[in-house]
Ligand binder design. Structure first.
Ligand code: SAM
Length: 262
């Protein structure tokens, strides 16, 4: 599948604006971060550990606590996220880097382990990103990450599809597509697992508010650039809330967990 072109400036601005509201909304992100570390723990080999798209620093803190005294780096494209992470992780020894994951500013074979929790879905060119990670990993290093799969928010997508043809929900790569990108990048030893998480909300507006607080706006260039009208929004909400059970709507998140190495 070829994905819609992402608007990088909008991604940076959305996450910068969400730095203060993120933690209160990021229940799923914390659950997935813990599951990621449980499935694919840090290895004890010495050398730098990098957290890509560290946000407010939840995974970074766990990486630093679980580390075997390896030094930790945390990278994010949005400066306010790094500032929040530094505040949250005051006592934790971490070096912060404000940069785009698609232009990683590290030397060849300089990192031992690269982790990322629910951030790589915001990158435009995953094949190139994986090739870059292969370049900067030491030969016995590992890349460990979680990302969203294509079934994510399928209920919201279906509700919007009855209203217009615009992309209201971001597209996500499948397990097989991600596996192909990793193999092409030379990261051929791959373990993957896809797990469906389902969260309940009292109303569609509560789901939309959570996505906004997370900074998770639709950033596809195929999105509707005009304002959505009140009646379009109400139409979508009616469609979605037809499937309420016991006064709650459900939203699915397909989470893909990955470990890859040379
Ligand atoms: C959903 S948050 C996840 C944050 C954190 N990993 C966690 O588990 O809570 C996604 C983060 O990725 C960052 N991000 C998005 N695109 C990025 C890029 N191209 N380079 C670096 N960081 C990026 C955002 O600024 C945001 O902080």
């Amino acid at each position: 599948m070829s994905l819609a072109v992402l608007d990088k400036t909008k991604i940076r601005h959305s996450f910068a604006a969400a730095a203060e509201s993120y933690d209160a909304a990021a229940l799923l992100q914390r659950q997935v971060g813990l599951a990621l570390l449980q499935k694919f723990p840090l290895q004890s080999a010495p050398g730098w550990v990098l957290d890509v798209g560290c946000g407010t620093g939840f995974l970074t803190r766990r990486l630093a606590f679980n580390s075997f005294s390896q030094p930790c780096l945390a990278l994010d494209i949005a400066l306010p996220m790094l500032q929040a992470s530094r505040r949250n992780n005051g006592a934790v020894p971490v070096e912060y880097v404000c940069a785009d994951a698609e232009k990683l500013p590290f030397a060849d074979q300089s990192l031992q382990q690269v982790y990322s929790n629910l951030a790589l879905q915001w990158c435009q060119n995953l094949p190139a990103l994986f090739a870059d990670v292969r370049r900067l990993l030491k030969p016995d290093g590992q890349l460990v990450f979680s990302t969203f799969g294509p079934a994510t928010l399928h209920e919201l997508k279906a509700a919007w599809s009855g209203v217009d043809d615009f992309a209201h929900v971001n597209d996500f790569y499948s397990v097989e597509e991600i596996r192909g990108f990793l193999q092409a990048a030379g990261l051929g030893r791959i373990e993957m697992d896809a797990v469906m998480y389902r969260l309940s909300y009292p109303a569609v507006l509560a789901l939309m508010r959570e996505l906004k607080d997370l900074g998770a706006h639709n950033v596809s260039l195929a999105r509707n650039r005009r304002l959505t009208t009140r009646s379009q929004l109400q139409h979508m909400i009616r469609q979605y809330e037809k499937n309420m059970i016991n006064g709650e709507i459900s939203a699915s998140y397909e989470i893909i967990f990955v470990r890859a190495s040379l």
